[in-house]
Structure formats: structure tokens, C-alpha cells
Ligand binder design. Structure first.
Ligand code: NAD
Length: 490
């Protein structure tokens, strides 16, 4: 079935500042390219530090204006109106996301129920702000005190391209729940869904200046936001080097940071695992979204006694994964985001071919696909944990299968990485499931499954995968700061 291109996907897209759609100060625009065929879909504004100043000023005015007086009930009602606007227009949003960043419709449409739950979750958290407790005091009699949670202020959200339709809610959701205001900077490679979502939110009644969007390059917009004295907190999702730049720039006003970074997550398959589940589970744990997933289980540790069988079955599975234009029927994985990302993944496949044994995939798709940025699901076998392809985040559909002998060895290898975002294991042995899951040093561990995340639980990283937690009550609380007020009532 032919899918119509939404009317939104054309022309030039401006910046959202203080409730108005405005031209960027630079007067420049960036091509929004469809990764499925290299065609230009629309052009997004190339914002810079001047636009960041304007957006932060608008967000500050909104934070201090009538928005600060919204009751929890009013914020809840607003979040539910936003929920309805997003759910009612979800088909359009899913198509925009697929066109702009390549994920198949099966994936982008699949966000609908999850996002609906997430927005309802945030709507249920609007009462977190306010009086937390009135503790009994041990100081001199005649005093009392209250502890309150107050919104931190203007929050900057910097997000990557691998799933902006989902990623932007980690900023907008808690901001609306707590009464903060937001300046969002989507990735230059995929901004269209964020722009359309923001437009729908304004129509749903979000007050002017509560959300602002400055599109553009990281070195201009992201850097200016990170340095900005008027931004109180940055919620960042992206790569480690960018996070390090943000940490340095944020020293200007010691702003609070939430950093959700990359990973090189282990997925351990023991010889007692149910391979009918483990093969597709671990396979899609790497290949889904063409491997452009922060939690991708790219290091698949397989017990030596089943290594060869597992590799054979994983390669066979990889060949069944339908790759193509995300708008086409039955497609399971789409293209990579850009020519640059394609070249990066090709580079790692070349390095891997010298280091280890390439058993399937590894080629760029040709023929009808040559204008897009497609790469086959790729499996390397007999990888060792110190090889480049097992150390560095590739962010492509590339699995490294690493043999191991004992449980202790598997755990030691799994933890031998600078990252700590996620991990998985496949076993039918309950004791082993507990031992190994508690031993993996990462923010999330999946046992006999991979990649599920509940909105009320959320996820986050440890080690060099960053800090801060997305989703769950702690996430909303991280948009609030604690305040104590003492009263002399003698
Ligand atoms: P990236 O760090 O290059 O870009 C992310 C965002 O930061 C973009 O909006 C970019 O414009 C901006 N940026 C770039 N330079 C900047 C600077 N100097 N100052 C401020 N902002 C700047 O990351 P990417 O390549 O777009 O995304 C892939 C990375 O994101 C991977 O490492 C992946 O693992 C990670 N990621 C993590 C999660 C998570 O939740 N942990 C989720 C998705 C992606």
C-alpha cells in the first residue's frame, strides 16, 4: 500500500520560540534528507547562539509567568490534552519519523501504545512538586519546617536522531509534569517529528514559551545551550564525546546534568538457553533500528559448546531479517541515518573483517537501494573482547559473537567495558539467572528477553554510559530541587 507523505513534510521549518514560529537568525536552513533514498524532504532552520538566547529568554518568561501558577490538576489536564493530540495524530507522526530517520513503520507505529502509557504516567506525576514532608525537628523548640520540591527552571533537552519521536518526551514529559519550561534541540539529522509534535502540543494548549525548539548543529545550538547561564539543567542523550563537551561547557553555571550515553552491551547465551528464543532475541537485540540503539546487545557472549551452532543459527536468522524502505510492507529494519553513519559502520566492518571472522552480511545494499544508506545485518564470529569491534560503539547492525567457557569468565568479560548501559542473558537455570544478572554492572539487565522498558520503571546507565534515570518517578523528581523552609513559631 502506498503511504502518502504528510503535508507537514515540505518547505522550510522555522524555530519555535515563545509560541511563535520564527526564522533563524542565520537565515540558513539545513536539508532534511530521507535516508531511504537520499532525497530532500524539507529544510530545517539552522539555529545558532542568538536563537538560543531568544529561546532561553522566552522559556524564562514562561517559567516565571502564569505557568508557574498552574495547579497540579491543570498540569495533569494539559498533559492529558497533549496525550490526546499525539495519539489522535499518531499515524502522521509515525510516517514523519520513518521518512526522516528511516526506522520502519512497524517500529514507529509501535511507539503509539508505549507513548500513550508514558504520557499518562507523566500526567499522574504532577502532584510530586510541592510539599514533600514536615519533619519533626530536633533543634530548639519553637521551630517548625517544611520541605518542598520546586521546579528547577529552564531545562535544555539535547537529543540524538535514532528515535526522536520517543526521545523528546524524556524532556517535555517531566517539564510539563513539574512546571519547568524547555528548550529542545533535536539532532540535525532528524528534527521533523520533534517539530510536528511541538506544533501539535501548542495546538493542544501548551502556553507560549513553555516549550521551545531550536534546530541546528550541535557545535552551534547544543554548545550554546550547554554554556548558557540561563539554562538550569541539561537532559542530554547522545555520544560520550559530546557528553564530555557538555560537562565542560556546563561548568559556566554549574548546571545540573542528565547524561544518557552509549553502550557496548553484553548479551550472554549459556549452553542451557532455549535457542529458539535466544537466537531471534539476541539477534534483534542488535539488528533492530539497524543497530542504532543505545542499549543494543552488540557483544553476544556464547558458551563455547554451542558457539558454532549459535553462530550458524544467528547467521541464518540475520538473512531472514527484511531490510528496506521503512514505508514498505513487512520491512523489519530500514537504512542507517546518513551517508556519514554508513561510512562509519562500513569502516568497522572492514576492521572487523581483519580482526575476526565475518560470517554473514557486511555489504551495502545495491540496485534499487543504492541511493539509500542500507547495510546488511552483519555477524562476526570468534571475536575476542579486546578487538576494536568489541570495544567501540558501532551504532550499526553488527553483532560480535564472543566465545566463553565458564560463568565467571562470561561475567568478567561482560563487565570488561567502559560502558554500563544494559545487558542480557539467556539461560533456563534460575540460580544462574540471579547470579549473573546481579553481577552485570549496568543500568538494565534483561533475562530471556531483550530491550523491554516500562514507562514507570525507566532506564539509565552507569560507568561511562552516563548518569541520571529516564522514566519512572525518579526522572520526574530530577526536574525538581529540594528546598527547606524554617519557621520560628515561638
Ligand atoms: P551525538 O552526541 O553526536 O549527538 C547527539 C546530540 O548532541 C545531537 O542533537 C547533536 O547535534 C548534539 N551535539 C553535538 N555536538 C554537541 C556539542 N558540542 N554540544 C552540545 N550538543 C552537541 O550523538 P549521535 O551520534 O547523534 O547519537 C548516537 C549516540 O547517542 C550513541 O552514542 C548512542 O548510544 C547514544 N544514545 C544513547 C541513548 C541512551 O538513552 N543512553 C539513546 C539513544 C542514543
Amino acid at each position: 500500500m502506498t503511504i502518502a507523505t504528510p503535508a507537514f513534510v515540505q518547505g522550510t521549518k522555522k524555530l519555535l520560540i515563545g509560541g511563535e514560529w520564527v526564522e533563524p537568525s542565520s537565515g540558513q536552513y539545513i536539508d532534511a534528507v530521507n535516508p531511504a533514498n537520499g532525497e530532500v524532504l524539507a529544510r530545517i532552520a539552522q539555529g545558532d547562539a542568538r536563537d538560543v538566547d531568544l529561546a532561553v529568554a522566552a522559556a524564562r518568561r514562561a517559567f516565571e509567568g502564569p505557568w508557574s501558577q498552574y495547579t497540579p490538576h491543570e498540569r495533569r489536564k494539559l498533559l492529558l490534552s497533549v496525550h490526546d493530540a499525539i495519539v489522535d495524530n499518531f499515524e502522521e507522526l509515525a510516517v514523519i519519523e520513518t521518512l526522516d530517520m528511516g526506522a520502519p513503520l512497524a517500529r514507529t507505529r509501535g511507539y503509539k501504545e508505549w507513548l500513550s502509557q508514558l504520557l499518562q504516567f507523566y500526567a499522574g506525576q504532577t502532584g510530586l512538586r510541592g510539599i514533600q514532608q514536615t519533619p519533626p525537628l530536633s533543634i530548639a523548640p519553637g521551630f517548625t519546617a517544611i520541605k518542598t520540591l520546586e521546579p528547577v527552571g529552564v531545562v535544555g533537552g539535547i537529543i540524538p536522531w535514532n528515535g526522536p519521536l520517543m526521545g523528546l518526551w524524556w524532556i517535555y514529559g517531566p517539564a510539563l509534569a513539574t512546571g519547568c519550561t524547555a528548550v529542545l534541540k533535536p539532532a540535525e539529522d532528524a528534527s521533523l517529528a520533534a517539530l510536528r509534535v511541538s506544533e501539535l502540543m501548542m495546538e493542544a494548549g501548551v502556553p507560549d514559551g513553555v516549550i521551545n525548539v531550536v534546530t541546528g548543529y550541535g557545535k552551534d545550538v547544543g554548545q550554546a545551550m550547554s554554556e548558557h547561564m540561563g539554562i538550569d539543567r541539561i537532559a542530554f542523550t547522545g555520544s560520550l564525546p559530546t557528553a564530555q563537551a557538555i560537562v565542560r561547557a556546563s561548568a559556566n553555571n554549574v548546571k545540573r546534568l542528565q547524561l544518557e550515553l552509549g553502550g557496548k552491551s553484553p548479551d550472554i547465551v549459556f549452553d542451557d538457553a532455549d535457542l529458539d528464543k535466544a537466537v531471534p532475541g539476541a539477534g534483534m537485540g542488535v539488528f533492530t533500528n539497524s543497530g542504532q540503539v543505545c542499549v543494543a546487545g552488540t557483544r553476544i557472549f556464547v558458551q563455547r559448546s554451542i558457539h558454532d551452532e549459535f553462530v550458524e543459527r544467528l547467521s541464518a536468522f540475520a538473512k531472514t531479517v527484511k531490510i528496506g524502505d521503512g514505508l514498505a510492507d513487512g520491512v523489519q529494519i530500514g537504512p542507517l541515518i546518513s551517508q556519514r553513519q554508513l561510512e562509519r559502520v562500513q569502516h568497522y566492518i572492514e576492521v572487523g573483517s581483519r580482526e575476526a571472522q565475518l560470517v554473514s552480511g557486511g555489504q551495502r545494499l545495491a540496485g534499487e537501494f543504492e541511493k539509500g544508506f542500507y547495510i546488511e545485518p552483519t555477524v562476526f564470529a570468534n571475536v575476542s573482547n579486546d578487538m576494536t569491534i568489541a570495544r567501540e560503539e558501532i551504532f550499526g547492525p553488527v553483532a560480535s559473537v564472543i566465545p566463553f567457557d565458564t560463568e565467571e569468565e562470561a561475567l568478567a568479560l561482560a563487565n570488561d567495558t567502559p560502558y554500563g548501559l544494559a545487558g542480557g542473558l539467556w539461560t533456563e537455570n534460575l540460580g544462574r539467572a540471579h547470579r549473573v544478572s546481579s553481577g552485570i554492572r549496568s543500568g538494565t539487565v534483561w533475562v530471556n528477553t531483550y530491550g523491554v522498558i516500562d514507562p514507570a520503571i525507566g532506564f539509565g546507565g552507569t560507568k561511562m554510559s552516563g548518569y541520571g534515570w529516564k522514566g519512572g518517578r525518579e526522572h520526574v523528581e530530577s526536574f525538581l530541587y529540594q528546598k527547606a523552609t524554617y519557621f520560628n513559631i515561638a
